[in-house]
Ligand binder design. Sequence first.
Ligand code: FAD
Length: 434
Amino acid sequence: IEERFDAIVVGAGMAGNAAALTMAKRGMKVLQIERGEYPGSKNVQGAILYADMLEKLVPNFREDAPLERHLVEQRFWMMDERSHTGLHYRSDDFNEEKPNRYTIIRAQFDKWFSSQAQEAGAIVLCETTVKELVKDAYGKVIGVITDREGGEVHADVVVLAEGVNGLLGTKADLRERPSPDKVALAVKEMHFLPRETIEARFNLKGDEGVVIEAAGTISRGMTGMGFVYANKESVSVGIGCLVADFQKSGETPYDLLERFKKHPSIAPLIEGSEVKEYAGHLIPEGGYKAIPQLYGDGWVVVGDAAQLNNALHREGSNLAMTSGRIAGEAIFQVKSRKDPMTKENLALYKKMLDESFVIKDLKKYKDMPDLLHIQSQNFFLTYPQLINKALQNFVRVDGTPKVDKEKVTIRSFVSARSWAGLFGDAFRFARAWR
Ligand code: FAD
């Protein structure tokens, strides 16, 4: 490719598509490079799409984006081996004209999202892998080398939207490789069932949807969570834990998933289904403290590659879209002023991102990832067991006086954690939450 571009975007996932679309819409000459056969072919997500962030990029997306179900209910489950204690929120308010959250299938969605960038004028090159960044004599990034013949391309700025592994950034010494205690490995299956069966089992009508987020003994004391998301004609079931915890425990992701599917609260939801897809992927879970340098001379990094993921709220795609959009807007502003794409000028991206919910949310929970990792045995094993036992004791009617039942429950908590331990855990959790 002989041409020179205003910007090269590496990756056509959520972040890359948002960046490419934003810049192309403003008339910039954008080349987007994706290693997959088509955008989305390599991408894995639960997947919940957050409408507000997409609306800022494609206001009328509801007209033709491939959406599955709009969410009217969210269930949070704390599980032990045979039970779950649930907090469910369901509201008819979510049957609104412009629903707030949808389930999606990434392979279809990313293809559509990329078509928006292409219609706006971005050139998208698939089945092409960027092997290296090109730097000038002063260390400024001036382009990329792809695996195509003669595949060196130059641009004023390179947007790294290459996802969680971030191999290019690491190779070019722009950042360190994420450590195993900062990334989770998640596996997911798609269970196909007739539409009416899904609607009956999950108490849904029409295109209403529900998601279940589950934590507890299902992760065997490791920091992690499982999920069940209802699509139109499939249910996506997955589980993920920190890579460091898998290394330490010797557990395997597919064993966890098998056990999760057999849990008495999950099995009836997917009984008789046909499994058509199995996927594994990393998720950045280090939070605020794991965010690397976000910009430099001739480059910015967005989305999962920048570790922008709110694991506690299970939000990633919206942070990816927002960081991609903001990077695109910042780059456009620098270009409009006819300023060079230096580190100093691209600091605007970080400034704008700091003012957004992306950094504010991650900063709020900055101590949570460490707490959950260090205390994983308590938060993912001991407490779920105690809480489920306490709830069973509470609801079971067997002639035992309530006052004696309460004593049994309190004793179970104190003997498992001691008073000091209980207050300490509550204090540490509240402090990390605030
Ligand atoms: P990606 O979507 O990973 O895109 C990166 C792209 O770059 C890929 O297309 C890849 O092929 C391409 N690429 C990489 N290297 C190169 C290269 N060298 N050359 C060319 N192309 C390259 N988030 C939510 O908001 N809601 C959810 O429900 C949710 N559930 C999840 C469930 C699972 C199991 C997982 C794994 C993640 C989930 N996430 C969820 C997180 C979400 O998927 C990510 O935050 C989001 O996909 C990040 O987007 P991205 O564009 O940064 O990276």
